[in-house]
Design a binder for this molecule. Sequence first.
Ligand code: HEM
Length: 151
Amino acid sequence: MNNAFNHNFFQFIGITLIVIFTNFGAHAQETKKDDILYQGLGKTEGITKIVNDFVPLILADTRINSFFAKMKKDEFSALLVAQFCELAGGPCQYKGKDMYEAHQGMNISNAHFNALAEDLQIAMEMNQIPSSIANKLISKLAPMQRPIVSK
Ligand code: HEM
């Protein structure tokens, strides 16, 4: 009786520990996996360089630059850095407007959206970001197309 109790008890503890450690493992892996994009972009420093190339590309792009006539370059750049850093799994917090609110009433089309995404891709190429990493950031931005595009 006592032996049976001990056996069951230790079996229970054993299984509980396996469950706990398996979860820890999965979680650690998840965190590491998410962080790969942040690392691949060169952390906050690398993301800042990309944004510093991206914004002038937007301003030179006649397909979309009219939207940005009144833009405050430094504030916009800082918001983009925080947003990309957070999306990439980095230790940042984006505190700007949500994407619907930020672009409401601007009449942005899919063509405009694709033009901006193309400029970001060029900025990443300029910073020697491997295409596998670049594509991951672009795919994180893809769900924003719906709240941003209104035309
Ligand atoms: C994935 C695509 C995009 C992302 C991640 C993005 C991100 C942002 C962010 C973070 C802001 C700042 C929000 C705030 O002020 O709190 C912003 C503002 C803005 N976005 Fe976008 N945007 C995208 C697409 C576009 C497109 C396609 C256009 C137009 C062609 C556009 C035009 C603007 C303009 C004009 C502002 C206001 C800038 C200012 O006055 O400071 N955005 N966007």
